[in-house]
Design a protein around this ligand. Structure first.
Ligand SMILES: [Zn+2]
Length: 206
């Protein structure tokens, strides 16, 4: 099977190593001279803007491309220019992409033979499957679960992302997004039972 046409889904909670996994795979493809475009979906931008500082994971891994952009949830990946400019598409924070455009992402790999990576939350802060990502995972050739993160309260492997700020709407009410703490299963449920899906962690450290 030709892996150049694969759809890969990378998912996990906050600070779990998703960007690390993505950047490692993309740098490998860049070294094979493939044309890689990185697109991060952001609800606070209206048009495509270049990420001038590039892409850097939490432990400092850097994506070796100048083609890294912030794009709005309505960005059309099937536009002729973007289709023709890249062999490989990396779409980060895919849970923010609107539904029609998520179908477009699938079309990129199925119909146009592009190598596509999508990355994002698998489960939202309120414990539900995230928008788009589980649906794309059904069609994916591989699904990678990032599990490098530690629970902020007890240090166990994190499974959930607890929301610290940004309100109770699925898309955060603040301009640049919400803040999250990675948490293991048992700490997450204990905190949710006590104070709901959004709150502060002050005084809760183990
Ligand atoms: Zn914990």
């Amino acid at each position: 099977m030709n892996k150049d046409k694969w759809l890969t889904v990378i998912c996990g909670p906050m600070k779990s190593g998703k960007t690390n996994m993505l950047v490692a795979r993309l740098n490998g493809l860049l070294r094979r001279k493939m044309r890689v475009g990185y697109f991060q979906i952001a609800t606070f931008v209206k048009e495509k803007t270049l990420l001038e500082k590039g892409v850097r994971s939490w432990d400092g891994m850097v994506l070796e491309t100048n083609h890294a952009f912030l794009v709005p949830p309505t960005f059309n990946f099937l536009d002729r220019w973007v289709r023709d400019d890249y062999d490989v598409f990396a779409i980060d924070e895919v849970q923010f992409l609107d539904e029609q455009r998520a179908v477009g992402v699938l079309t990129l790999s199925e119909q146009y033979g592009k190598r596509v990576f999508v990355s994002g939350f698998d489960v939202t802060f309120n414990g539900k499957p995230a928008e788009n990502l589980p649906w794309l995972a059904m069609y994916a050739d591989e699904v990678l679960k990032a599990r490098q993160g530690e629970c902020e309260l007890c240090g166990a492997v994190a499974r959930y992302s607890y929301r610290l700020s940004g309100g109770t709407e699925l898309v955060a009410e603040v301009e640049k997004g919400a803040e999250y703490a990675p948490m293991c299963r048992s700490c997450y449920h204990a905190v949710v039972d006590k104070q709901g899906y959004v709150g502060s962690l002050e005084g809760k450290e183990a």
